[in-house]
Design a protein. Structure first.
Length: 261
């Protein structure tokens, strides 16, 4: 019972950490922080799918239900925040598309969990992810700095942790589609490459370096424990480890966003 309580606190802190920037008004955030928030929208598109699939398979059901509800609320709060941050026409057009594509994702995610809706939710979330990523690129281009680039790359690691999670859950739920395995492999390679890039960034502070060391350790353990290629799925362990990496990468992204300009 004590360990269960500890785990609940850890996941509660994860949701809290993701919500911290929302205490600021849109007019008070800078461009690097806007990139961080926009990047978190990418992650939420994938986290919503993962949480939905967890609930469908009764994998850490109560935790997943809390994540799903919190992610829906957070996505809408951040969308409103970004809309108020920039009046740049290109950014506004990108956000309008995100808002349009968000509606079908929210409609399924807010309803009862059904296996027959899982792939439709994932397909809709893929479109949402692409649109949210485009907003990040627009803001990163406007920044034109190495800091903006690092915030984007670190933020994408958050998304990839949840993307791997939802693809893992699809395969563990016996959705027999080779595309999911290919997408999973691509996500792991992207995570590996980006982690190497971040590890050697000249802008890294000792604190950032320390947390990235922890990410490398946890990522190595995750890959060692992953026996998916042998047909063995342990979804509870997989989502716990990937959520731990998410928490750490969320912290790293925030630290990059807070670097002196």
């Amino acid at each position: 019972m004590i360990m269960k309580g500890v785990r609940t606190v850890v996941y509660g802190l994860l949701i809290l950490l993701c919500q911290l920037p929302l205490a600021q008004a849109a007019t008070q955030i800078n461009l690097a922080e806007a990139i961080n928030i926009a990047g978190r929208q990418r992650m939420l598109s994938q986290r919503i799918v993962k949480s939905y699939l967890q609930m469908g398979q009764d994998v850490r059901y109560r935790v997943a239900k809390g994540h799903l509800k919190g992610s829906i609320i957070l996505f809408e709060q951040q969308l409103n925040m970004l809309k108020g941050f920039s009046q740049d026409p290109e950014t506004q057009r990108g956000l309008a598309l995100v808002e349009q594509l968000w509606k079908p994702v929210k409609a399924i995610a807010s309803g009862p969990v059904q296996r027959e809706k899982a792939e439709e939710l994932r397909a809709n979330a893929e479109q949402l992810l692409a649109a949210a990523h485009q907003v990040v690129l627009i803001l990163t281009d406007q920044s034109g700095t190495q800091q903006g680039h690092l915030v984007n790359i670190a933020g994408r690691q958050r998304m990839l942790s949840q993307r791997m999670g939802n693809l893992y859950m699809l395969m563990s739920w016996k959705f027999d589609d080779e595309l999911y395995r290919q997408d999973y492999q691509a996500a792991t390679e992207q995570f590996d490459n980006a982690l190497q890039e971040l590890s050697y960034a000249n802008e890294n502070t000792p604190e950032i370096g320390r947390i990235l060391d922890q990410v490398r350790q946890n990522w190595g353990l995750y890959k060692l424990s992953n026996r998916m290629g042998e047909g063995e799925f342990v979804p509870g362990l997989a989502v716990r480890m990937l959520d731990k990496i998410l928490l750490q990468m969320n912290e790293v992204t925030g630290l990059y966003a807070a670097l002196p300009r």
